[in-house]
Design a protein around this ligand. Structure first.
Ligand code: SF4
Length: 480
């Protein structure tokens, strides 16, 4: 039912994929409209909070403290979850996580599962593994359902179908749900999805979820959502399997007080998520009879070991950085070649050991800092981007053109004499390439080699004929 998953190992690199996305005017309009709406809502509800910056700092401290003591809190979570009747499984990587989950679903006697929206299951491409094992996954989040029925891929962490407009969604529902007379009002689409899903909720006996937070102190698993579909998946099936990255743990129940204020405001511009579900173990009188939690590493301990990249793990997946990013707003999510798109994808995907993408994703940013400003847990994304760019340059060895160019520039900037000589040489070298416009201003429309990346999409203004220092000197001499 689902399209082929976005796999960083096989997806085209960002510059190539972005070129294709930029040609799709409808996609760009959809992404821009949706991100504008969410950003405006976020700005309104954030402005209501006089202590927003203090909250951000508290969020950062909670996440930082957790990462510094991750082993302790994971063990505490395992002990408390087990005590409450849950079963905790540890998965080293995506393959192991898939194998455990497929095994658990088979053991539950089911060949179908209902799924709650989860980026972790997208990360490990669980749906294709389930389908390969003869198990049919049904997405129950409205946006994920649109993606699944449209044989598409998510393009945003929080709003996976953000690149689709209402008309496109209607066409998918008409075709896949066999509803030729379906209306186009939002309530018509919501009704169609509700009827389609209700039958699955009542029939399917096994549920698979992700987790927004794992609470070490209680062994509880927390899901926040807007539609109530998640709560149906958590309460109706007989077997519930939650899969979460090890970075999802928080130490105390009370930490949610901070995170529950930061996450919905940053994600969807809501003051509070309509549904906050926390469940702990099993209860003989109610809910699933079997409850499993798969704790997955999948390169997270490597990220943790990198002192500068570690802050990436503080992410609470709100997607605010995506909405604010001028690069994401032009290309949408698919160009990033991974389920994690936008600024967080640009730093997370390469660290999830996809070095193929490390060559391009850390460069998919203007370094404007908008992502850092909106991040509710103050992840300094530009800092991590630079750190990763540095790694890419080092990996490419001493013959790397960029490393050589930077070294040369470093030498030039260290000496005024060399700097002035470089300016003179630059002016001479550019002279044959300069074309004058009607105002007499000089522009360069073509540059050779690596520099040509700039002139491929815009013209470069010629260097000024007089430097500031020369102008200043002249001004002093003439006394004007
Ligand atoms: S990096 Fe920050 S802004 Fe981006 S998704 Fe994560 S928490 Fe949200």
């Amino acid at each position: 039912m689902s399209g082929s998953a976005l796999d960083p190992k096989t997806a085209p690199v960002f510059p190539i994929a972005a070129r294709t996305a930029m040609k799709d005017g409808q996609l760009r309009r959809n992404v821009r409209h949706a991100t504008d709406v969410i950003q405006a809502k976020r700005a309104r509800v954030v402005a209501e909070m006089p202590d927003w910056q203090e909250l951000r700092e508290a969020g950062k401290q909670i996440r930082q403290h957790t990462m510094e003591n991750l082993d302790f809190y994971l063990e505490e979570f395992e002990a408390n979850c087990t005590r409450a009747g849950g079963v905790v499984h540890w998965a080293r990587d995506a393959a192991e996580a898939r194998q455990i989950i497929v095994g658990l679903v088979k053991a539950s006697g089911s060949d179908e599962v209902i799924k709650i929206k989860s980026m972790t299951t997208e990360e490990i491409q669980l749906n294709s593994a389930l389908e390969a094992a003869g198990i049919h996954p049904y997405e129950t989040d409205l946006a994920e359902l649109i993606i699944q029925l449209g044989h598409d891929q998510p393009s945003h962490i929080v709003v996976p179908a953000l690149h689709k407009n209402r008309q496109q969604i209607r066409e998918i529902f008409q075709r896949e749900m066999n509803l030729p007379k379906l209306g186009e009002r939002p309530e018509d689409l919501a009704d169609a999805a509700r009827i389609f899903l209700r039958e699955k909720f009542l029939r399917v006996k096994t549920g698979v979820s992700g987790a927004n937070f794992l609470i070490a102190e209680t062994g509880g698993v927390c899901i926040v959502e807007s539609e109530g579909n998640g709560r149906m998946c958590l309460t109706l099936p007989e077997t519930l399997i939650a899969v979460a990255g090890i970075d999802k743990v928080v130490p105390r129940f009370a930490d949610l007080e901070v995170l529950f204020q930061l996450l919905p405001r940053s994600a969807t511009g809501e003051r509070m998520n309509p549904y906050n579900s926390i469940w702990t173990g099993v209860n003989a009188a109610d809910g699933p009879r079997a409850f499993h939690v798969v704790l997955m590493d999948n390169a997270r301990t490597e990220i943790l070991a990198d002192a500068e990249g570690r802050q990436t793990l503080n992410c609470i997946r709100c997607g605010a950085c995506q909405n604010a990013c001028p690069v994401y707003r032009q290309t949408g999510g698919h160009a990033y070649g991974s389920v994690y798109a936008g600024p967080i994808g640009a730093i997370l995907t390469p660290q999830l050991q996809e070095m193929h993408h490390a060559q391009s994703l850390p460069y998919a940013s203007s370094l404007c800092g908008a992502c850092y400003e909106v991040c509710p847990v103050k992840i300094n994304i530009p800092e991590v981007l630079i750190h990763l760019r540095n790694k890419v340059v080092k990996q490419n060895g001493p013959l790397n053109v960029e490393a050589f160019a930077m070294k040369m520039m470093g030498m030039i900037f260290l000496s005024e004499h060399r700097f002035r000589a470089a300016q003179r040489m630059g002016r001479m070298a550019e002279a044959p390439l300069v074309r004058r416009d009607e105002k007499g201003e000089g522009w360069i429309g073509w540059l050779p080699g690596m520099l040509g990346g700039w002139t491929k999409v815009r013209d470069l203004q010629e260097m000024p004929q007089e430097t500031f220092r020369d102008w200043w000197k002249k001004r002093g001499t003439h006394g004007s």
